[in-house]
Ligand binder design. Sequence first.
Ligand SMILES: Cc1ncc(COP(=O)(O)OP(=O)(O)O)c(N)n1
Ligand SMILES: Cc1ncsc1CCOP(=O)(O)O
Ligand SMILES: [Mg+2]
Length: 216
Amino acid sequence: MPRVDIGRMREHLRLYLVMGSVNCGRDPLMVLEEALQGGVTLFQLREKGADCLTGSRLHEFAQAARRLCHQYDVPFLVNDDVQLALAVDADGVHLGQDDEPAAHVRSRMGDKIIGVSVHSLTEAEQAVRAGADYGGAGPMFPTRSKLDAHPVQGPELVRRLRAGGASLPLVGIGGITVDNATNVLQAGADGIAVISAISWAEAPREAAQSLRSILK
Ligand SMILES: Cc1ncc(COP(=O)(O)OP(=O)(O)O)c(N)n1
Ligand SMILES: Cc1ncsc1CCOP(=O)(O)O
Ligand SMILES: [Mg+2]
């Protein structure tokens, strides 16, 4: 896959799947492939929780997930772990407020994608100054996928960021489903990021397709 065109960041953010090997009840690479067939536009490997992969098994899993994403021309990002992202030549990383600062990471990642979690206008402005390519705003709604999530702010967070002048590409995350995704987009997000709405769906391809259909 050629180097990701950052000018197309908003398009890539449309339907963003975040997932690790423990976020689904069956073979995660099969779930990922079905999700890609259903129209996912960006993927983040977020390997967290009990029984998650580490070391060489995580490295191999990341390589396989990257290969699969690239077969579908979808950029592949790694959550938190800059070293792993560099080792598998990922297209970028996603960093939280407690992770390595984006400004430090930029020198090592060159022009790859750097996403930063934002919970306020101040954090969004800092993210822009640090050279972030997009912000992940959340949680939009209650989530069971992140035990240490910040308090729910709802789509109102995205609305406040836009009203305050934040123009960076933004994706909403946290508890997003087909039933509430429109609220996130109407608030001004460029896209939605989901774990369980796709990863735990009985039919991930159809779940992704349903989400895609409301993103048009
Ligand atoms: C797109 C996106 N937005 C936010 C997050 C959360 O990142 P962080 O706050 O660092 O929490 P962890 O995911 O690391 O637990 C994300 N991963 N992706
Ligand atoms: C990683 C993350 N960051 C904020 S909420 C969240 C979890 C999103 O998972 P789900 O889509 O299952 O609520
Ligand atoms: Mg993090």
